[in-house]
Design a binder for this molecule. Sequence first.
Ligand code: NAD
Ligand code: GLY
Length: 363
Amino acid sequence: MSTECQIDIALGARSYPIHIGSGLLQQPDLLGPWLGTGVNLIVTDENVGPLYLEHLRVALGDRPVAHLVIPAGEAQKCVAGWQQVHQALVDAGAQRDATVIALGGGVVGDLAGFAAATYMRGVGFVQVPTSLLAQVDSSVGGKTGINLPAGKNLVGAFYQPRGVLIDLATLTTLPGRELRAGLAEVIKYGLIGNLDFVAWLERHVDDLLALDPAALLQAVRVSVEHKAQVVARDETEQGSRALLNLGHTFGHAVEASSGYGEVLHGEAVAMGMVCAASLSAGLGDLTPADVARVEKLIDRAELPTRLPHDSEPEALLRIMALDKKNLAGRLRLVLLERLGDARLRDDVDRSQVLKTLTELRQL
Ligand code: NAD
Ligand code: GLY
């Protein structure tokens, strides 16, 4: 069985490859074609930097390299964090031929990517994701951005990287809670479009929690293939890309209301997917057995299936009303028509959403 693979994102002139395998950080030839002639600014965080910055520096050989190490956590995805990356680019003497390399989880990737998109109206960008969530989702597809106190990812840009290097070996140092948070996004791909993958996950969730290399490669490969297809069809989320947000409207509200960083993004998505499944059942699309199946898989991935006990349904709904998917003042939610088949609905009564938010609060 192969231990490496390449998946291409087909976006015309902005197409790029994603390399997936173990030990890829030690293969300098993979990064080379994505770099400009100018300085390379590696942006990483205080957890990932000590582990992998040196590997990446070695892989970059004698090219000009500067680095910025930011504190870890969602709170960095803010205006001040974004300015800090710009300042590091200025300090490094970066010009339009510079490349920003994001080495870390989704926070580093979203922040560094948005800085790359905006510095001098855009410099080169490369993603080296090191969390499972970033490997299966945030490093792929070009969504970059920062949060505002009013809501998640409210400022940002679609800005594709020149390439993505996924070194599965980096997952061996990822804290267990973060690994599980990444599994939420993996489960999402199954629920929205691939029932066979749901069944595969039911068989292999324990292998994934145990970091079995073959299971990890399969889970990341299937997830990235799914995302690659969606992004190629709908890069800027005019339609079908929104389905990748199953559970996210609920989840973003939980993240924003509990203070960014308290509940991990993946944990919030896990709760949100249970909300979406439960609401779908309330609308007559899923059966109670389907909802139980979703809950069981999320629970086996050791992820939360209930909203925080102190969450306020009315407050969550107010935050959900700010979601970027909403149009003309109507809530637009990704719901499940069947397991493995999602659709976007804007006809759900707010009282039904409120009922779900109330019923799924942890006792
Ligand atoms: P994160 O970046 O905070 O990383 C999680 C934690 O794990 C951090 O403490 C980090 O330092 C640590 N870490 C990462 N890799 C490590 C490793 N290999 N070894 C040890 N520690 C490691 O969070 P995340 O879950 O990776 O990403 C969440 C963010 O991604 C959120 O801001 C979310 O909005 C965003 N996101 C963006 C997209 C997109 O399409 N752009 C999609 C999904 C999520
Ligand atoms: N994470 C959802 C998207 O990239 O569209």
